[in-house]
Write a protein that binds this ligand. Structure first.
Ligand code: NDP
Ligand code: X2W
Length: 340
């Protein structure tokens, strides 16, 4: 059994980790932290876990965490990097659901996240935890940078086109929409139902912090500098991301659906549609990314959907845990989407 700790067990991604791990046949939840709810039985806050989990939230204590085989950080950006060096030193492996280890250049981190990096020496070692591109490195990693939600949907959507050099990498557009759980569980006026409901808007139009992360990914496949316009939107739903991606084809003779099907043929959690458009409810609660690709003249349009809390966060983190500990990659992630 893998002895698991979760730092940040009261947030949305922490709660989603609890849902997935409570029934995972090879994981034993040993430590679940919350600074504000320390002492409270976990199942009292989350009644869906009654009878599944007999643990209380505890203060984040590095000693207790260092006794785990694996610690997930489901905490705000800039939190994990304070504890990771000590945990790795004690032999504990780490998956960070935040952005602390996603960007390879500490200067780019500081520019977008507004704080100096606490352990820039670990950035070269950290493995970006997108199994579809880093499966082998993930297996032996001590430290995983779990990808952001938008970067997961956008990267998987553009990947086959860029690897195949089928589009102009200097003209890429990602028009992405997220449900409000993407913003976390903290109380904020602009996330109230009366503010978000029956409304729809773009945000961070002049630059979202996922832009450098997506750019870093896409440049690896393109083998050159790319130019991406990325605009996120907030939609009045709870879970889900839909990313509509646009690019200009350099080769219009390609069978695009066949290209995507062949690239993802062996991927357990990427499903390429042969017709129609994927909707977010077809992945809600599941670890799938569902993709469709179409053409208008020399433009290609890709539609990519995920559940931001599952393939966009906790599910992908469990997929990474399975790989790190030599388990079947799909273990504990068999749930299908919830309809309606
Ligand atoms: N929501 C989403 O869809 C996605 C989120 N992410 C990333 O995952 C991380 C967690 O997100 P989410 O679950 O939405 O966030 P929430 O705001 O819902 O939860 C944050 C959690 O972290 C704990 N926490 C806050 N500050 C600290 C601290 N300094 N030390 C220890 N624990 C702390 C909080 O509990 P307490 O204050 O009681 O300790 C809480 O449990 C973020 O970095 C987010 O950007 C990534 C992909 C998708
Ligand atoms: C709807 C919404 O607010 N979404 C969040 C996504 C944040 C997130 O997932 O953060 P990291 O992946 O960087 O950790 C946002 O745009 O800030």
């Amino acid at each position: 059994m893998i002895r698991v700790g979760i730092v940040g067990g009261t947030g949305y991604t922490g709660a989603e980790l609890l849902r997935l791990l409570a029934r995972h046949p090879q994981a034993e939840l040993a430590v679940i932290t919350s600074r504000t709810e320390a002492g409270l039985p976990v199942a009292e806050m989350f009644p869906h876990l009654r009878g599944q989990l007999d643990l209380c939230f505890t203060e984040p204590d590095r000693g207790a965490l260092a006794e785990c085989d694996l610690v997930f950080f489901a905490t705000p950006n800039g939190t994990a990097m304070q504890s990771v060096p000590e945990l790795l030193e004690s032999g504990t492996r780490v998956i960070d659901l935040a952005a602390d280890f996603r960007l390879t250049d500490p200067a780019v981190w500081e520019q977008w996240y507004g704080m100096p990096h606490h352990c820039p020496d670990l950035l070269a070692e950290a493995v970006y935890g997108l199994p579809e591109i880093k499966r082998e490195a993930i297996r032996s990693a001590r430290l995983i940078a779990n990808p952001g939600c938008y970067p997961t949907a956008v990267t998987l959507g553009f990947l086959p086109l860029l690897e195949q050099r089928a589009v102009d990498p200097t003209w890429l557009i990602a028009d992405a929409k997220s449900g409000v759980s993407g913003a976390g569980r903290k109380a904020e006026t602009n996330l109230l139902m009366a503010e978000v409901g029956e409304s729809f808007k773009a945000y961070a139009v002049s630059g979202h912090r996922h832009l450098p992360e997506i750019t870093q990914n896409l440049e690896t496949f393109a083998g050159m500098a790319i130019n991406l316009t990325f605009v996120p939107h907030l939609v009045p739903m709870i879970r889900g991301i839909e990313a509509t991606l646009y690019a200009r084809l350099t080769d219009t003779s390609l069978d695009l659906t066949a290209l995507y099907q062949s690239r993802y043929a062996n991927e357990p959690f990427v499903d390429v549609l042969t017709s129609g458009s994927p909707d977010t409810r077809s992945v809600r609660g599941s670890n799938y990314c569902r993709i469709a690709v179409a053409r208008q003249g020399n433009s290609v349009i890709v539609q990519s959907v995920i559940d931001n809390l599952v393939k966009g966060a906790a599910g992908q983190a469990v997929q990474n845990m399975n790989l790190m500990f030599g388990l079947d990659e799909t273990l504990g992630l068999e749930a299908l989407a919830l309809l309606p």
